[in-house]
Design a protein around this ligand. Structure first.
Ligand code: FAD
Length: 398
């Protein structure tokens, strides 16, 4: 049995995929095999070089990444949220930079498929789904993080109906590797959230300067400052209605949270596989360390958190698929799965001892990457406040 077939068969035989329908199992197992064959051999080099292998984009789109979230009429595969989340779990198991990159491109595709005009779908969505263009998404600013509605990037309407954008966006994922973005800006700061509109901003129209900022984690992606210095957006590139930008973005936020949660479960799964391999091979005191009870406790903790997280994100995805109110389920999944991955990655280093801290090893990467996921798509604290509001009927946010 070769290695790729082996990992897929192992997952089929364990609880990982046992409860899925045949189509979903096939989506997950195809992704696992494809990523093991094409991505796994180059992950360490890409991580070291802080590079995303965009040459693999065609195969990733074929698997259903990005295309999965769009309707067939728009060139997508029209998959369920659960099926898309299963892909995100596989991405997270392989490399957090893959999960993050696919999540951003999926978000851009989802916004265009949901709110775009036929012309916008032809000019921006179709090439995105073919892998010819790439997009980013920007709300965050220096003074507007968790409180996204406090953004100040200004959109000034010009006499011909176009808009001139002025402001600066921060921590924008992969803007340096893309050619357009969806930018939230206010047409009237006095209107608060109701003044915020979504704009499609093409780099080649000018007025856009992208600067990369290095960070600790997820090194195959970039975190960018995007300066908008009078970038002119033609009126036919307003995405959705004027004043409805935040509502449009928030409609996609639940799916984004499920994707981050699923990716964190994938990372937990990678940790589990790494600690099983290491602790059953490593000998101390004349026996494998897997035989020590304190070691087993840590390994079992990783397995339990990973399995619990999987049930939570899949329940949240099913809530989205069946039209249930999914807000609380998505917040619970995002909170639990990302915090669980931080703990599991930390224990993975502990179980490896000194070798787990060596630069370039998988445990060292899992630890850095797990730490990141508790911040974007709403910090852990914002998820707690969302759940608290649902349980108590009282908002602690404002
Ligand atoms: C890796 C990464 C990728 C990102 N990609 C993008 C992107 O592509 N596009 C984009 O627009 N943004 C992106 N962001 C920005 C992200 O959305 C923000 O970092 C996030 O919303 C938190 O904002 P902040 O960092 O300004 O933290 P702050 O909002 O300043 O929060 C700081 C701390 O205060 C806590 N806090 C804040 N308010 C409250 C409250 N009311 N109650 C309790 N605690 C509170 C927070 O939980 C946190 O612990 C990304 C961030 C990261 C880390």
């Amino acid at each position: 049995m070769n290695h790729q077939a082996g990992v897929a068969e192992h997952a089929e035989a364990t609880t990982e995929w046992a409860h899925l329908d045949a189509e979903s199992r096939q989506i997950a197992s195809q992704a696992r095999e494809h990523l093991a064959r094409h991505l796994a051999p180059i992950v360490a080099d890409c991580e070291r070089d802080r590079r995303f292998p965009y040459e693999l984009m065609g195969g990733l789109l074929e698997l259903g990444f990005v295309r999965g979230v769009c309707a067939p009429a728009d060139g997508g595969y029209g998959r369920t949220h659960l099926q898309n989340a299963l892909l995100m779990e596989e991405a997270g198991r392989a490399w957090a930079s893959l999960r993050t990159t696919m999540n951003i491109l999926s978000l851009v595709a989802e916004l265009l498929t949901a709110a775009g005009t036929a012309e916008q779908k032809a000019s921006h969505l179709a090439p995105l789904l073919r892998g010819e263009r790439r997009g980013w998404f920007a709300i965050t600013e220096a003074e507007a993080g968790s409180d996204a509605a406090g953004l100040t990037t200004r959109a000034e309407r010009l006499p011909d109906g176009s808009f001139r954008l002025t402001g600066e966006k921060r921590y924008i994922t992969n803007a340096a590797q893309a050619d357009f973005g969806i930018v939230m800006a206010t047409t009237d700061p006095a209107l608060g959230a109701k003044g915020i509109t979504a704009f499609i901003v093409d780099h080649d129209r000018g007025g856009v300067t992208v600067t990369e900022r290095r960070r600790l984690s997820v090194r195959g992606t970039t975190s960018c400052t995007v300066a908008l210095d009078g970038a002119v957006v033609p009126k036919d590139l307003v995405l959705g209605q004027v004043g409805r930008g935040l509502a449009t973005a928030m409609a996609a936020v639940n799916a984004g949270r499920v994707n981050v949660a699923a990716g964190a479960v994938g990372l937990g799964q990678a940790c589990l596989e790494a600690v099983v391999a290491h602790t059953t091979a490593r000998q101390q005191f004349g026996r494998t360390i897997a035989g020590f009870q304190l070691v087993q406790e840590m390994v079992v903790g990783i397995g339990l958190r990973t399995h619990t997280g999987r049930l939570l994100y899949q329940d949240a995805a099913r809530a989205l698929d069946t039209g249930r109110d999914a807000r609380t389920a998505c917040a619970m999944a995002k909170l639990y799965c990302t915090e669980a991955a931080v703990r599991s990655a930390s224990d993975t280093i502990q179980l490896h001892g000194a070798v787990g801290l060596e630069e370039g090893t998988a445990p060292e990467r899992y630890f850095r990457d797990a730490r990141e996921a508790t911040i974007p798509e709403g910090t852990s604290q914002m998820q707690i406040l969302t759940i608290g509001r649902a349980l108590l009927g009282v908002s602690a946010i404002r």
